[in-house]
Design a protein around this ligand. Structure first.
Ligand code: CDP
Length: 263
């Protein structure tokens, strides 16, 4: 079986960029499990499902039938020797590139409610396991004897891969997370026109009136739903290494995790 690195943590704690960079460092495959829940949410919105639990009956079957693919794309080259590479991720829903659509404010608002639905989680679990098997076979590294895969989310170390060889719980203060998400969204807004093909898991630009406080509130609401749901809530696995990156550079954090995987 492949070497599995599980990275869990609250919203905007830097899991996705960290996991992508670690996967690149190690030559492992990478799966962003949040993007699968975001695809499920996009499907729900396109079906006119708003928020009521009873509306969500049938959504799991829809997710089960959907063709969801999360692919790593060769990312930007490092700016200099020894620089960290963060590859882009492209998300395909029934062949359509939804990398940007799944980061809309509507999806942000609904995703935690969709992800609290047991049957939807079961359908996503099947997708996670089959994508991980496919990613393993593509991984170039042989560590320690097989290929490897990095998956990030909320319940990877506790429910999806409870036997993962390395579990990381990535955290940061609520304000640091909100500021980072705000920076990410603002820089995306100032980016090249028609950046729909950017495909690098960025949030869409915030509405003109939204503030860091609004984003902090949205993240906290999502964390609350994720921590308090019945099915595989956000928890720190007992054997996870907890990293609080509030005051840590990105490079240090990526190297620390890659070194733990190599130990
Ligand atoms: O990027 P960000 O941290 O904002 O969120 P994400 O990783 O894209 O996940 C979006 C939402 O999907 C989370 O708020 C959870 O409700 C749900 N999710 C989950 O329940 N379990 C996972 N393994 C991954 C995501």
């Amino acid at each position: 079986r492949a070497f599995t690195v599980a990275i869990d943590g609250p919203a905007a704690s830097g899991k996705s960029s960290t996991a992508r960079a670690v996967a690149h460092e190690l030559g492992f495959g990478y799966i962003d499990s949040g993007s699968i829940y975001r695809c499920a949410t996009l499907l729900a919105l396109r079906q006119g499902i708003s928020d009521a639990a009873e509306d969500r009956a049938g959504l799991a079957a829809l997710v089960g039938q959907a063709d969801i693919d999360v692919r790593i794309r060769p990312g930007p080259r490092p700016a200099g020797p020894g620089q960290i590479v963060v590859p882009d991720v492209q998300v395909l829903l029934d062949g359509e590139d939804v990398s940007r659509a799944i980061r809309s404010p509507e999806v942000n608002r609904l995703v935690a409610a969709v992800a609290s639905d047991g049957p939807v989680r079961d359908a996503v679990l099947r997708i996670q396991r089959s994508l991980a098997a496919a990613a393993e076979s593509l991984s170039t590294a042989r560590h320690p004897a097989h290929g490897g895969v990095v998956m990030d989310g909320r319940d990877i170390g506790t429910a999806v891969f409870p036997n993962a060889e390395l579990k990381i719980y990535l955290d940061a203060s609520a304000m640091a997370r909100a500021i980072r998400r705000w920076d990410q969204m603002s820089s995306q807004g100032n980016g090249p026109a028609g950046s729909a093909d950017a495909g690098n898991a960025q949030e869409q630009p915030p509405a003109a009136h939204s503030s860091v406080e609004d984003i902090a509130r949205e993240l906290e609401k999502r964390d609350y739903t994720d921590i308090n749901r019945k099915h595989s809530p956000l928890r720190i696995a007992p054997d996870a290494v907890v990293i609080d990156n509030t005051n840590m550079t990105f490079e240090r954090q990526v190297h620390a995790i890659a070194d733990l995987a190599r130990e």
